[in-house]
Every structure is written in C-alpha cells, then in structure tokens.
Design a protein around this ligand. Structure first.
Ligand code: ADP
Ligand code: MG
Length: 219
C-alpha cells in the first residue's frame, strides 16, 4: 500500500515539485506519467526513502518514510523496496548470481543460493546464473535486474522508465514481465514512464499525472 497527502519536493535551487495525492492498495499498480523533468524519478526516490519530502506525507508499505531515522531507513529500504532503475547497475566484476547475492550481503543476510536460483528461474534466466552482465542481451539484463529487485520479496516494486530504449515487441514483453514479477510476490508496482506505449498497454491502470515544472519551462 502506498498513500500520499500533500507531498512535495524541491531540490536546492531547483523547481518546486508538487505531487497529487494518491492511494494505491497493496498489490495494485500505479503509473507515474508525465514529461521528462516533471518529477517522476524524484517521486520514486521519495518512496524509496532516498530523499526526504519537504512537504506532506508519504506512507509506503504502512511506514511513514520521513519518520525513519537514517540507519533504520537503509534497513527498511532493503527489506521493503525493490528498485529497478533505468540504468540497471549490474556489476561486471561479478556473475549474475553474485550480483543477486550482493542483495543478501547488503541486507546483512546470509547468501541464500536457493532463493537466488528461484528468483532467476521465476523470470526464465536461471540458466544465465554464471554469466557476466556483458554476456546478456538487454532483455536478459532487465530480467536479471528484476529478479534482483524481487529477491527479498519486497512489498513494493519501483520501476523507472522500463521501456525507454525498447522496441515495441520488447516493450510489451517488459511490461508483462513486470506485472508477472509483481504478481508472483504480491508487490505493489509503481512504474514511472513518459512512454505513450505503456499508457496504451495498461489502459485500466491507476495513474498519477505529473506536469512539467514551471522552472523547467523557462530554463
Ligand atoms: P523525471 O523523472 O520526470 O524526468 P526528475 O524527478 O528526474 O523528473 O526531475 C524533476 C526536476 O528536478 C527536474 O527539473 C530536474 O532537473 C530536477 N532535479 C532532479 N534531480 C535533481 C538533483 N539531484 N538536484 C537538483 N535538481 C534535480
Ligand atoms: Mg526520470
């Protein structure tokens, strides 16, 4: 579940970004739609507790993110937030399986090979566990990054511009995959996008509209 009230953010010297109120039930899907620079990635960073909002309130998986102290916040994020950034950040020094094991390491958990194999298999990339990220296609790399995001079965999955560099067929595949991954773990799914194809592919989905900030328009 995600709920916001009067949420807003402004970077130092940057535009003021007011966000509309939203309530997303657990297991629901929310699309953040709007042009580049309208604040979608900022909203995701607020939901992940990577930024503290300057106005309003945001409850994510039952937790007021702003109320968490710095140390608690990292633990909470590791447990509750799956994040699929636009740039996937897979380490080339590590195999696919080792990239997932980093999640356990970062969360202070013992590496769980069975869970890693299961997460990769659930997204049909189990056979690629020993490869290096450079030996994957773009679509395979996205599956691996999604498996990593879902490894600890977080209640919330945040995804930033998943289709920006994909052709039409891959775009449909990526969206199906995200919905499948979120459904498998019961996660609330948030997708930030300026891609009209996503809005067409998910017409019934709850949406939060973002508008270009005024500072950006005059810049
Ligand atoms: P979107 O994801 O919709 O493209 P962003 O959330 O990335 O939008 O950016 C919203 C606005 O905030 C833009 O004007 C952008 O330039 C600005 N912005 C983003 N990140 C920072 C930052 N770290 N410091 C200052 N301004 C930023
Ligand atoms: Mg963005």
């Amino acid at each position: 579940m995600i709920e916001t009230r009067g949420l807003g953010h402004a970077y130092p010297g940057g535009p003021s970004l007011p966000f509309g109120d939203v309530v997303v039930p657990q297991g629901g899907t929310l699309l953040l739609r709007g042009p580049s620079g309208s604040g979608k990635s900022t909203w995701l960073a607020l939901a992940a507790g990577l930024l503290t909002p300057q106005a309003g309130e945001m409850l994510v998986a039952g937790q007021s993110v702003a109320a968490l102290r710095a140390g608690e916040r990292d633990r909470w994020r590791a447990r509750c937030i799956g994040f699929l950034p636009q740039k996937l950040f897979l380490s080339e020094a590590l195999s696919v399986a080792e990239n997932l094991a980093l999640v356990h390491f970062a969360s202070g958990l013992p590496a769980d090979r069975a869970a890693i194999a299961h997460a990769l298999e659930a997204l049909n990339v189990g056979a690629l566990a020993a490869r290096k990220p450079s030996q994957l296609s773009g679509g395979q790399a996205q599956r691996v990054a999604l498996a990593r995001a879902l490894l600890l079965r977080p209640p919330v999955l945040l995804v930033d511009e998943p289709t920006a560099s994909l052709d039409d067929a891959s775009c449909a595949d990526a969206l199906a995959l995200l919905r499948q991954g979120a459904a498998q773990t019961g996660a609330t799914l948030v997708i930030a996008t300026h891609d009209a194809r996503v809005l067409q592919a998910l017409p019934e989905t709850q949406m939060l509209a973002f508008r270009a900030s005024t500072a950006e328009a005059t810049a």
